[in-house]
Structure formats: C-alpha cells, structure tokens
Design a protein around this ligand. Structure first.
Ligand code: FES
Length: 200
C-alpha cells in the first residue's frame, strides 16, 4: 500500500527532527493514547497539547507533536529578536497578511508570537511539506546569504525563513510557516492547539 501524503510528511519531519537534537518533553496526550478506545484515541489525536518549556535555553528549539504535525518552540536570544526588525524588505509577507495559513491575531506582529522571546510554529514548509532545517547561526555559510541573521532553510527547494517563520522573497514557498493557536498557562507552561478565543 502506498503512503498517504500525511504519512510521507510525518516521516519526513520525524527523520529531520532526529538530526537536530529536539527535546522530547511535552507529549502529554500521546503516550497514553494506546490504551484508549478508538473514539477516545481520535479525540486525543486532535486534542491540545500542554508543554513544559522550562528547560528551553536561549537559542534552542524543542519539537512537540500536535495533530500529527511537528510544532517548534524556539527561544530566541535578544540579538535574534532585534534582528527580526531589520529584514522586512527581504520578506514576502512581513506582516503575515496572507491567509492560506492564517496567523492568529496575537501573533500578527514582528515576532509572530505572544512573547518576543518564544516563537511557536509548525515545522512544515509551505511549499511541498518538507521539514526545514535549523540555521540559527548568523553570518555567511553555504546556501545562505552573507547577511543571514538566523532562521530555517528548507533543504528540498531552498526556501528560507527567518526566526519568526516568515518566508523570504522569491523563494518557492508561498507562505510563512503556520503559527498554531496557542496560549500560556504560566511562564513555563504552554498549550498548543487552543487559545483564549477557543476557550471563550
Ligand atoms: S518543500 Fe520547502 S522549498 Fe520546496
């Protein structure tokens, strides 16, 4: 039997996330799913995921699974936050106005996030679904411009994204990386897949 597109994209990101030293914390729903009845399992698969981000250090990324997708949580350094303000003219949609992957209102800002320090985004390229690689190191390097400030490079066709998941101009990916609904329960507890609006 051939893979469905969902199977393929999941395998792609699983392989990719194994290479970047992802922190595996935060899988609240997933480990308990096997003992559920089918309808409960389906519910758990779509459920919001609660994540402990207390161990995430500046400049690091962790990955959690939500609805079969890799969700990245990046803790940006002050320098990385500052750099986001300087590159609007190089971006295809700096203010996240495109609607294929609508950005929640609370992330429609320069940081595409609730807190400047933390960015939450789906790690699937908006071109054909590959998993972009971390390129957090600033400066000249292979396949990237010399004034690179840190971000992500999709190895499939070369799309580049900044550390807010905003896609650079003239790249195959048509949209910024998706920002899922999310909210903070405290400084160290984050919920992905639900926000204050969905609670209202
Ligand atoms: S899938 Fe990312 S650039 Fe094509």
């Amino acid at each position: 039997m051939s893979d469905t597109p969902a199977d393929t994209s999941k395998r792609t990101w699983l392989i990719a996330s194994g290479c970047v030293g992802a922190v595996g914390a935060g899988f609240v729903a997933v480990p308990f799913v096997s003992s559920f009845q089918p309808s409960e399992r389906a519910k758990a698969a779509g459920a919001a995921v609660e994540v402990d981000i207390s161990a995430l250090k500046p400049g690091e990324k962790m990955t959690v699974e939500w609805r079969g997708k890799p969700v990245w949580i990046v803790r940006r350094t002050p320098e990385q936050v500052e750099a986001l303000a300087k590159i609007d003219s190089q971006l295809a949609d700096p203010n996240s106005n495109r609607t294929a992957y609508p950005t929640p209102e609370y992330a429609k800002n320069e940081w595409r996030s609730i807190k400047k320090e933390f960015w939450v985004g789906v790690g699937i390229c908006t071109h054909l679904g590959c998993s972009p690689s971390d390129k957090f190191q600033a400066g000249p390097q292979a396949s990237l411009p010399d004034d690179w400030n840190g971000g992500f490079l999709c190895p499939c066709h070369g799309s580049t994204f900044d550390l807010a998941g905003r896609v650079f101009k003239n790249k195959p990916a048509p949209d910024n990386l998706e920002v899922p609904q999310h909210m903070y329960l405290s400084d160290t507890r984050l919920v992905i897949g639900e926000d204050k609006n969905s609670k209202a």
